[in-house]
Design a protein around this ligand. Structure first.
Ligand code: BG6
Length: 482
């Protein structure tokens, strides 16, 4: 694992490895080698893993699990430009293979800034680490961002594919590892109820929301210049869109699934006027859970004139037989009212003249909401008669909550994804074509924004800039307040 001193490794990756071990899903010989610049030895690194597991693991602490796991922990100190460090890494993993009888398969997890990818990948090749010996495999795992536009994504792909064949490359979009996201496939295709109405004849529009209440934390170096659209719309939200809008794949295998997602991404059309069909904002000071919080421009490491958006909303159309006329609205933002990710299909009004005449009646704006997080589940909103003599109708909901229906807690996305890397199971990992298609959708928008100066400020703790509400209002619609 490269990048072991980073936040992601500490908060997500190491705990996920432990959770897998705890669930009995790793072979006893499994070994983890960390690579970083720090002057650590094996013991120091083991302590870091220990502390991160204690703090962030999902499953309970078990001494036996830890003993087994920690026996396979190693550390190599070095910089990415030092061939000797990679030679040392090679010696270390070969020793591990011999000592622990691992079987000799190696996965390289690059949890590092994209600017370091070319160097690390080249070193993996030059040191021979990327060459599989007979009957073993070598895999590389890369974390987003996969470039910051189509051009840089293509360059990055070139670098990776010069060294690793396509089926050895695992691109992580951790949203695809979320239980609720995988449930989209079950909801749509394991049931007969939803698919007949899953189209523009019945669906007025779709809203995909990823709201966070946190700010950028200590990530100024990564986030500034990237912004909400590149950070999460290019990957997580467009993947959610693809899974929501795609046709039923011939199978749930990687080839068929990716093919259907790509067809949707290829069909996505942007609004003619990006000034009307997109919105962006930047958080100003405000409130988060009763605590006063500062503005984006006052965060440490952010320039006073930064034009990076922390909120982005875009409207897209999918002019194919299923979706023509049903817009998809995507929005993502930091420091919003609360943390929630959901996909909402908002249905057309019922044509009944009787109910439309009733004042205040909201009947007919049914919505099917897939709550990705938190409170994972599915909600169906529909109209119901209020008890009494009048024919008064109000919205009610029918709820499925994972917490009530299943006793087992959902695994973390990274548990599933790391396990799939080790199993060599690729359906949950986007291939380069999907990444490229997503940049093709996003590039015109970010280019347009780059000519528009400062984004609108919105108060922390609210639901984003007025611009985004106006964008919806022009279409006679409103954003849901989850
Ligand atoms: C990451 C983004 O991909 O997803 C972060 O880079 C964001 O900015 C995070 O906070 C959110 O992930 P989750 O799983 O908490 O919704």
């Amino acid at each position: 694992m490269f990048g072991v001193t980073g936040d992601l490794a500490r908060k997500k990756l190491m705990p996920a490895v432990y959770d897998l071990a705890n669930r009995g899903l790793l072979p006893p010989a499994f070994a983890l080698t960390g690579f970083a610049r720090r002057e650590w030895d094996k013991q120091d690194f083991a302590e870091v893993v220990h502390d991160s597991v204690k703090k962030y693991a999902r499953t309970p602490w078990r001494e036996e699990t830890w003993e087994q796991l920690s026996a396979g922990i190693r550390f190599v100190q070095g910089t990415f430009d030092d061939p000797e460090a990679f030679a040392e890494l090679r010696r270390t993993v070969e020793e591990l293979d011999a000592e622990r009888g691992t079987g000799g398969n190696h996965a390289f997890y690059l949890s590092i800034p994209p600017s370091a990818f070319p160097q690390v990948i080249t070193q993996l090749r030059n040191s021979g680490l990327s060459d599989p010996k007979e009957n073993t495999w070598r895999r590389v795992v890369i974390e987003k961002p996969f470039g910051d536009n189509l051009e840089t994504a293509d360059q990055l792909n070139q670098v990776v594919s010069d060294v690793f064949p396509p089926d050895a490359v695992f691109r992580i979009d951790h949203y695809l590892g979320k239980e609720t996201v995988q449930n989209l496939l079950a909801l749509r295709f394991a049931n007969q109820l939803f698919e007949p109405i899953w189209n523009s004849q019945y669906v007025d529009h779709v809203q995909i929301t990823m709201a966070e209440d946190i700010g950028i934390g200590g990530r100024a170096g990564y986030y500034d210049g990237i912004g909400a659209a590149r950070d999460v719309i290019q990957n997580h939200l467009l993947q959610l869109l693809a899974l929501t809008a795609m046709e039923e794949p011939a199978s749930f295998g990687a080839v068929d699934l990716r093919t259907e997602k790509e067809k949707v991404l290829r069909a996505v059309a942007l609004p003619d006027d990006l000034a009307l069909g997109t919105a962006r904002g930047q958080y100003a000071a405000g409130w988060r859970g009763g605590e006063h919080v500062g503005a984006y421009l006052d965060e440490e490491g952010i320039a006073q004139d930064s034009t990076t958006e922390t909120y982005a909303a875009i409207k897209v159309n999918i002019p194919n037989r299923r979706w023509n006329g049903t817009p998809f609205y995507l929005r993502a933002g930091k420091r919003l009212g609360r943390r929630v990710t959901e996909i909402a299909l908002v249905f057309k009004k019922a044509p009944s003249p009787y109910f439309q005449q009733i004042e205040g009646s909201d009947v007919g704006t049914n919505a099917l909401v897939i709550r990705v997080q938190p409170d994972e589940g599915v909600t169906l909103k529909f109209g119901s008669k209020v008890p009494g003599t009048a024919m008064e109708v109000r919205d009610v909901t029918m709820d499925f909550a994972y917490g009530n229906a299943f006793t087992d807690e959902s695994p973390e996305a990274y548990e599933r994804l790391i396990l799939d890397v080790l199993l060599g199971d690729p359906p949950l990992f986007p291939r380069h074509e999907e990444v490229a298609l997503s940049w093709k959708i996003l590039d015109p928008i970010t280019e347009f924004w780059s000519t528009q100066g400062q984004p609108e400020q919105y108060r922390s703790g609210t639901w984003g800039p007025a611009q985004a509400d106006q964008m919806m209002a022009r279409d006679g619609r409103v954003w849901r307040r989850p």
